[in-house]
Design a protein around this ligand. Structure first.
Ligand code: HEM
Length: 538
């Protein structure tokens, strides 16, 4: 499979997203329950709602697309545009909602998932949390992050109907689709007084729900993704369509202008719960698929019944190859989980080299911030650890999921180390890594060296999103072990880590052979590298 500029394939991107969706307490954490706020005070003080911020971020990123020119769309250019007037949204902490959104994603960042894919995934996670009945929005992987800001052009509430229609048309959306997009987006969240005092504050509905927040909600159910805003608008009940309909400041009545631009035909057609949900899943998917020309998106990601959460090869001190990891299943797609998971190791001809059985399954805790988060039902994980015979090229789990295994060349985590200097303030400084890797001696040459690649989330100017940096280093021969030659090399992090706790990976290459990437982070218990104070001694 083709690799992107970060050295990542589409399959790796899909699997990384599936792994997050099937790990309760990760990407669902900041938006569960739907009224949760990750970064500041509770909703009843601040009126900040992370799920609403994540959904709004999709709009502000994609809408400046120019589909005819093939530019813009969902590309994380929004990360460079947080200070613009048209992206106004100040949180309780005084930050831009865009920066808080991206820093939230950075908690889970790794080279496999671009910030633009996180923005798309954030919408899926928000819908999972705000409407438990929602099937996942059609979510593809593969968006490429912009390296700078895009053009201006996010419609503001004071803009004319024509200018809003023009912006949507440029992004490939008809008038009807614009109405649908606005109605779907404004099902959750609010308009905040801190951002729009000319809207919130001159209206009798101010602070109706929840009281005292300085936030005026779009409908009576701001924590539920549903058709209430449309219904209340059409019937003149409850919030009557929310502040962008009811504000006495006529210029700012953008939802009213948009909804009635076709005599309410479009909103009427989406007033039932089912038609609202179906319409919104279609229109959200269209927003997510609006990407710069030439971007290859994957098939829709819906976590497969069985996947691995993590796998890696290793070499015992006596030179025996070991393969271990974690398997995961979800009850929604796979039904009741068996006590253990079964799998076979296959050779390149498809014959079985060895059969195996995992440890007993462990039901994952789906209690996230005090509520049960089970968009994929119960999740069960199984660990496994095997010695594997020569010639194995893949593992097939539960006759359902296959993963490649490259025994020719691999990083040896149990013989690799991290030196993490500590800053005077006690925080971790820039770390160095001693990497050992194994290459089948039969494939090696007398002068062979390996090229290692270290994948690192660097800071970039003007955006809090990480810029993935690839640092290469050379590994030279150290010794032989069993049928393998061990190579050794050292790499130092190229600089300061982007905000958040993103994960690093390392892989090695010999001519056209490339190993799998292995997690090598200094601050995660999931890392397999040992700690070492003096790398010359490890
Ligand atoms: C002409 C188009 C649109 C205009 C003028 C508009 C305007 C606004 C305004 C003024 C706010 C209040 C922001 C704040 O005070 O924090 C807002 C919030 C919001 N908008 Fe829109 N919007 C438009 C389209 C959309 C679309 C297409 C979506 C769909 C993704 C969307 C999703 C949201 C969400 C979820 C919020 C709530 C944010 C929060 O509670 O923090 N909007 N919008």
């Amino acid at each position: 499979q083709a690799l992107d500029a970060n050295g990542v394939s589409l399959d790796e991107k899909v699997l990384a997203i599936e792994r997050l969706l099937m790990t309760p307490g990760t990407i669902d954490f900041p938006v569960t329950p739907c009224d949760f706020n990750l970064n500041s005070a509770p909703i009843n003080i601040a009126g900040d709602q992370t799920a609403a911020q994540w959904v709004r971020t999709v709009f502000h990123d994609f809408i400046t697309a120019d589909v005819k020119a093939g530019t813009g769309g969902l590309d994380a250019s929004i990360g460079f545009e947080a200070d613009r007037d048209e992206n106004l949204g100040i949180t309780f902490k005084g930050n831009s909602f865009i920066n808080e959104t991206i820093i939230g994603f950075n908690l889970f960042s790794e080279v496999y998932i671009s910030t633009a894919d996180f923005i798309a995934l954030g919408l899926a996670a928000s819908l999972n949390a705000c409407d438990s009945g929602t099937p996942i929005v059609r979510l593809r992987a593969g968006r490429i992050d912009a390296t700078r800001e895009g053009p201006l052009g996010v419609p503001k509430p004071e803009d004319s109907l024509t200018s809003a229609t023009d912006a949507f048309a440029k992004a490939g959306f008809s008038n009807t689709e614009m109405i649908q997009a606005v109605a779907c987006g404004h099902s959750i969240g609010s308009v905040h007084k801190i951002d729009f005092p000319q809207i919130v504050g001159n209206d009798p509905t101010l602070d109706v729900s929840p009281p005292g927040t300085g936030a005026d909600t779009f409908d009576s159910t701001p924590f539920k993704f549903d058709n209430t805003q449309v219904q209340e608008y059409l019937t003149g009940t409850g919030k009557r369509g929310g502040p962008l309909v009811t504000t006495q400041n006529v210029t700012m009545q953008s939802d009213l202008r948009i909804f009635k631009s076709d005599n309410n035909a479009t909103v009427k057609a989406m007033s039932s719960a089912a038609s609202f949900r179906n319409t919104c899943l279609t229109i959200f998917a269209k927003m997510l698929d609006t990407v710069p020309a030439g971007t290859a998106l994957s098939n829709p990601v819906s976590p497969r019944p069985w996947i691995t959460k993590e796998t890696h090869l290793d070499l015992s001190p006596s030179g025996v190859v070991q393969y271990s990891g974690n398997i995961s299943t979800q009850s929604k797609a796979a039904g009741t989980a068996p006590g253990t998971a079964s799998y076979v190791y296959l050779t390149s001809s498809g014959s079985t080299a060895k059969s195996g059985q995992s440890q007993a399954g462990r039901l994952q805790n789906t209690n996230v911030n005090g509520v049960i988060s089970e968009p994929y039902g119960k999740i069960t994980d199984y660990s496994f650890n095997d010695t594997i015979p020569a010639g194995v090229t893949s593992i097939k789990i539960q006759n359902s999921y296959t993963e490649n295994i490259n025994m020719n060349i691999f990083v040896v985590p149990s013989q690799s180390f991290i030196k993490q200097p500590t800053n005077p303030d006690g925080s971790g400084g820039i770390a160095s890594y001693l990497v050992r890797a194994a290459l089948l001696t039969s494939l090696s040459t007398s002068s062979a060296t390996l090229t290692g690649t270290f994948y690192f989330p660097s800071v970039q100017p003007n955006s809090v999103a990480p810029k993935w940096t690839r640092t290469t280093f050379t590994l030279t021969k150290e010794k032989t072990l069993g049928s393998y030659t061990i190579f050794k090399g050292q790499v130092t992090e190229p600089g300061v880590h982007a905000t958040g706790t993103g994960l690093h990976h390392v892989d090695v290459q010999f001519s056209s052979m490339r190993s799998a990437k292995v997690l090598a982070s200094s601050f995660t218990p999931r890392s397999f590298f040992g700690k070492c104070a003096d790398l010359t001694k490890c």
